[in-house]
Design a protein around this ligand. Structure first.
Ligand code: NAP
Length: 249
């Protein structure tokens, strides 16, 4: 397990699913963790409670990442509550699936605002702090859908592909200041987001996975912790698929 003691991490969408697993894992590696959520206060509080019970430091912070002003305020709250910011995990994300010819402007905008603009707003706010302290690690949660596309998810795929371009640009801009930026691209992970899919979709997806099983939030959390840690000190601008062999070429 990587050593993240004396590091402060912000995990967006840390109340449920992959984000909750990331928050718990970073804390078990020694980091103090700000658990961001949009609406699920009790779920975020439960994650914080479980970190504290294990002897760690954590705080739950509400903010809608699709609101740029809220992102700036969130980063300031992390610094004032936990004393700094060393690791930013941009995990919060939503889906509003539909075929492109039928997609509403609202469904397009909601996914772009949350999944892409949110990552930009938080990177801008956190990047200033990390540049000044000449250290930091940003890990963005994209998706294999951002690499290969998916029928019915044009908004989501565009946002996730955008996150990959954003990650690589930030990696180039901030490398000389000691700040790394990488992305993880999960495949099919068992969370609330995928629980809504039909059995037919689940089975046809499973058939595309070389390892023949869906992933767990913990599979993603371990990869995020690695990329956030000094064990990945010479890795920046990369996209690491955590997909059981779904998309490799
Ligand atoms: P999930 O179970 O639906 O959880 C989503 C999380 O994001 C929740 O904590 C939610 O907070 C938060 N969130 C949503 N909108 C937000 C907003 N505007 N501001 C702040 N937080 C917000 O999703 P998941 O499956 O864990 O997915 C996590 C990330 O992994 C997403 O970026 C997703 O696109 C990506 N991903 C997932 C899969 C998969 O198979 N599950 C695959 C590839 C990529 P509340 O609880 O407060 O609503």
């Amino acid at each position: 397990m990587p050593d993240l003691s004396n590091r402060v991490a912000l995990v967006t969408g840390g109340s449920r699913g992959i984000g909750a697993a990331v928050a718990l894992h970073l804390a078990s590696c020694g980091a103090a963790v700000a658990v961001n959520y949009a609406g699920s206060q009790s779920a975020a509080d439960a994650v914080v409670e479980s970190i504290r019970e294990a002897g760690g430091r954590a705080v739950a912070l509400q903010a809608d990442v699709s609101d740029p002003a809220a992102c700036g305020a969130l980063v300031q709250s992390v610094v004032s509550e936990l004393g700094g910011l060393d690791i930013l995990v941009n995990n919060a994300g939503i889906t509003r699936d539909g075929l492109v010819v039928r997609m509403s402007d609202d469904d397009w905008a909601a996914v772009i605002d949350t999944n892409l603009t949110g990552v930009f707003s938080l990177t801008r706010a956190a990047g200033k702090i990390m540049m000044k302290q000449r250290s930091g690690a940003i890990v963005n949660v994209t998706s294999v859908v951002g690499l290969v596309g998916n029928a019915g998810q044009a908004n989501y795929a565009a946002a996730k592909a955008g996150v990959i371009g954003l990650t690589k640009s930030v990696a180039r801009e901030l490398a000389s200041r000691g700040v790394r930026a990488n992305a993880v691209a999960p495949g099919f992970i068992e969370t609330d987001m995928t629980a809504a899919l039909s059995e037919a979709v689940r089975e046809s997806t499973r058939a595309q996975i070389a390892m023949g099983r869906f992933g767990s939030p913990q599979d993603v959390a371990a990869t995020v912790a690695f990329l956030a840690s000094d064990e990945a000190a010479y890795i920046t601008g990369q996209v690491l698929a955590v997909d059981g062999g779904m998309t490799f070429v």
